[in-house]
Design a protein around this ligand. Structure first.
Ligand code: MG
Ligand code: MG
Length: 248
């Protein structure tokens, strides 16, 4: 059952989304060679708490930190640590904030200093694939329309689409129904209605789509060690399209 949010719920989701997007804005200037992912995590937690919200991921299934920080070949769910960012790295930050019980969820991949052309290509086209997916959304669309649009764009650009992890509904739980895969066929899957809230989050790889989990039980990495990028927005389904709740 996919919930349709009331106006009061949508107001809380807008605020949670705004705090999530603003946390990205707040962290961006700190993403430089020399900072550790643990330091970024601390900054994010302090900022979210200062906004009267709480980190959505800390404690979720036992996740130990506020943000997921995934570097280069790490796809998602990297645990913040004393690892230092280096010139030429890319880092995906996945951030969730909970306001009055409602969540925002947004990931973005950032360059650390100057990055090579292959990584630039990956970031540019993974971000564009997110908007291809979002542009398929409107009242009455199918979830499969979103995945079809993302996958088509990724294939045209020779990028591997991670299938093991998917987007999702968002509300009082950060992961609600439905699953929103980054692959699929048009006119298949659940129908989306005005007032539903979902996170769309393509994870694209420069090489193979295949991934596996490290022994820490969290970090997902690419099977060929090539870089991976992750772009995610939480959006409200509207009559004619969508409203981004986690705007920057
Ligand atoms: Mg998500
Ligand atoms: Mg996320």
């Amino acid at each position: 059952m996919i919930s349709i949010k009331t106006n009061d719920e949508i107001e809380c989701l807008r605020i949670a989304g705004e705090i999530t997007g603003s946390t990205h804005n707040y962290l961006k200037p700190y993403i430089k060679p020399g900072i550790t992912t643990k330091e970024l995590d601390k900054l994010a937690e302090e900022y979210i708490l200062s906004r009267g919200a709480t980190p959505s991921f800390k404690g979720y299934d036992g996740f130990p930190a506020t943000i997921c920080a995934s570097i280069n070949n790490e796809v998602v769910h990297g645990i913040p640590s004393n690892r230092t960012l280096k010139e030429g790295d890319i880092i995906s930050l996945d951030i969730g904030a909970c306001y009055k019980g409602y969540h925002g969820d947004s990931a973005w991949t950032y360059p650390v200093g100057e990055i090579d052309d292959k990584k630039k290509y990956l970031l540019e086209h993974t971000e564009k694939s997110l908007f291809k997916g979002l542009d398929a959304i409107h009242d009455g669309c199918h979830v499969g329309d979103i995945g079809y649009a993302v996958e088509k764009y990724a294939r045209e650009h020779n990028l591997g689409v991670v299938r093991e992890l998917v987007g999702h509904g968002v509300g009082t739980d950060v992961h609600e129904e439905p699953d929103v895969p980054n692959y699929g066929a048009r006119h298949t899957g659940p129908v989306l209605k005005e007032g539903m809230v979902i996170a769309v989050e393509p994870m694209l790889n420069l090489g193979t789509r295949k991934v596996y989990m490290l022994e820490d039980g969290w970090t997902i990495i690419t099977a060929d060690d090539k870089p991976s990028a992750h772009f995610e927005h939480t959006v409200l389904v509207t009559k004619d399209g969508y409203e981004i709740l986690t705007r920057r």
